[in-house]
Every structure is written in C-alpha cells, then in structure tokens.
Design a protein around this ligand. Structure first.
Ligand code: SAH
Length: 262
C-alpha cells in the first residue's frame, strides 16, 4: 500500500508506540527514507524498515544545519528518485508541525503527498489527566495555542485577548518556563485566579508526570522535563481535584509510613 515516489507526512503520536496509527506503523515498516523530528523516540524508530535510511532532521539535535529548505529538498529529491518517503513528526503533523510549508514545497515540485494524522500531545495530556477538554458543563471551546513566540515580534499579551475565556479550555503547546509572566497575561486577559491548570510532562511515556495548580499559583509549578504542555480551564476542574487529592493521600501515606518506622 506504500507508493514509490511519494511523501507521507505522518504523525507519530505523543511517544508511546502503541499510540501510533496502524497506517503509520505500516508506512514506517515499508518506507525507503524516514526523516524525523527530535520528538520521535527511538522506540518508534525501532519499528522502521531495517533497510530504510533514517535521518533526524529535528531543530534541536538533528543534522547540523538541517534548515526547512534542506528538509524540503531532501524529501523532493528522494521522491523524484522513486523512493517512498516518510516525513515523521511528533503528535499530529497539522499541529505546530510546519505541515503547510512542507505541502507547499511538495506541490511546487509536483511531488505527490499524503497526510497521515496522529494523536496530538494535547489529547495525550488530557488522557493523562483524565479530563474532558470539552466537558459540556464547563467548556464550549478548545483553544490550541503556543506560548512560544520566537521569530515573531508580537507581544504575547495581545495573543490572549479573545482566546482566554472562562468557557474555553486552553491547550498551550511549548509553554516555556516563565509561568509568572503567563499567569499575569492570562489574569490580565480576564481569567479568574482559581481556574484550574495542569502541566503534563512527557505525556504517553513511562516518564509521564502531571502537576496541578490554579492560575494564581501557576508560577509555583515545579520545573518538569521537556516536552511538556499546559492545560488551563474549568473543564479540568474535577480531574485536577482528583489529582490533587491523590497526591495529598500519597503524601499522607508517606508521612504515616515514616512515622510508623520511627
Ligand atoms: N505536532 C506536535 C506538536 C509539536 S510542537 C503534536 O501534535 O503534538 C512541540 C510541543 O508539543 C512541545 O514543546 C510540547 O509542548 C508538546 N509535546 C509534544 N509531545 C509531548 C508529550 N509527549 N508530552 C507533553 N507535551 C508534548
């Protein structure tokens, strides 16, 4: 089912190989060339065709200087030479994944392509927390947004106007580290201080962790390993309460254990 001379823009999901789509798995097993991002873990790459050429073209630790133009020309050259190419991206390729730019480049080169969706990090984070992003009792919209503004000159605070609403769940990709500034911006945009928030690190991996807070206490969230994603909204209310209760029960059990062993 894999075609030669074609580029498949494939979502690898949030990290757990069991969360790959069957189609992504089949394509990986048959591709001639796999160009992947940093977010794709070795456990997923291990499923690749053993004869495939595998290249990390990620921005962080990939091939030195693999610019977007170089990624595009490599995909195009390989497809024109008759290879089946998998361009593998973390999560879903259509969410903060430069999908549109790559499709434009492929179209300009008249190279056929197909998009294969994946489970995006925001949905894996909601699953980790056990929250419904659209709990109809609390939210009527989901806002997929990034707090990362490298390369743009836009002041972030302007970004939140109209987005940060009490009836919206914010799913904040690349949330950065400056949660104090983010808290102030969200408060300034009109959100209440006691709105729940959850920071999910390495969702859908063995190292997954969930830290819960309120908007007022956002700055006090611990630093967690990347990648992490921040959820904010009333829809998280019962899930965050459940997580905080489980956490304090665990702390209490630890304290009782320590007391008993004295
Ligand atoms: N296309 C990807 C997102 C790429 S942007 C997707 O659909 O998921 C990269 C950002 O995604 C990271 O900075 C982080 O905010 C988020 N992210 C990706 N994988 C993650 C994971 N397993 N756990 C938590 N956040 C993740």
């Amino acid at each position: 089912m894999i075609e030669n001379g074609k580029v498949y823009l494939v979502g690898a999901g949030p990290g757990d190989p069991d969360l790959l789509t069957v189609k992504a798995r089949k394509l990986l097993a048959r591709a001639d060339l796999i160009l992947h991002d940093d977010l794709v873990p070795p456990r997923i790459l291990a499923l690749a065709n053993p004869r495939a050429e595998i290249m990390n073209v990620g921005k962080r630790c990939g091939v030195a200087g693999a610019t977007q133009a170089e990624i595009d020309s490599r995909m195009i050259a390989a497809a024109r030479a008759g290879s089946s190419v998998v361009r593998l991206k973390g999560g879903d390729p259509a969410i903060f994944g430069r999908l549109a730019e790559e499709i434009d480049a492929l179209d300009a080169a008249a190279v056929p392509w197909e998009v294969v969706p994946g489970i995006t990090a925001g949905l894996a984070a909601a699953a980790a927390l056990g929250a419904s992003l659209t709990d109809r009792r609390k939210a009527s919209r989901v806002v997929i947004v990034t707090n990362h503004h490298a390369g743009t000159k836009r002041p972030l605070v302007r970004d939140w106007q109209g987005l940060a609403r009490e009836d919206a769940t914010l799913v904040i990709y690349m949330p950065g580290n400056d949660f104090e500034a983010l808290r102030d911006e969200l408060l300034a945009a009109g959100l209440s201080a006691d709105i729940p928030a959850a920071l999910v690190s390495r969702a859908a991996s063995a190292e997954q962790s969930v830290e819960c807070s309120t908007l007022a206490e956002l700055h006090a969230l611990p630093r967690v390993p990347a990648p992490s994603i921040l959820l904010v909204g009333w829809a998280l209310d019962s899930a965050v309460r459940r997580a905080l209760a489980a956490n304090s029960a665990a702390l209490l059990a630890d304290a009782e254990l320590a007391f008993a062993s004295h």
